[in-house]
Design a protein. Structure first.
Length: 79
């Protein structure tokens, strides 16, 4: 049986050594979108955090297909 896990930010709002969460921009049926500070280059980015996080990376596979695709002016970049 799959165990459901939900995202709760740390008190310091850091995600490892890569991002610092600034504010939650949205709460949808599949996840939250946060405005975040990317620590490696000081960029402000949007992070989507899935609500139902399993033990595999299956929830993120859709985004993996979009990495390194040609940029489009109407689509956000996936990193």
């Amino acid at each position: 049986m799959r165990k459901e896990r939900f995202f709760v930010p740390n008190a310091d709002r850091r995600l490892g050594d890569r991002y610092e969460l600034i504010e939650c921009l949205g709460d949808g049926s599949h996840g939250w979108v946060w405005k975040a500070h990317r620590l490696s280059d000081n960029a402000i980015v949007a992070l989507k955090i899935p609500k139902n996080q399993g033990d595999t990376m299956a929830e993120l596979e859709e985004g993996a297909l979009l990495i390194d695709t040609s940029p489009h002016p109407n689509v956000v970049a996936i990193h």
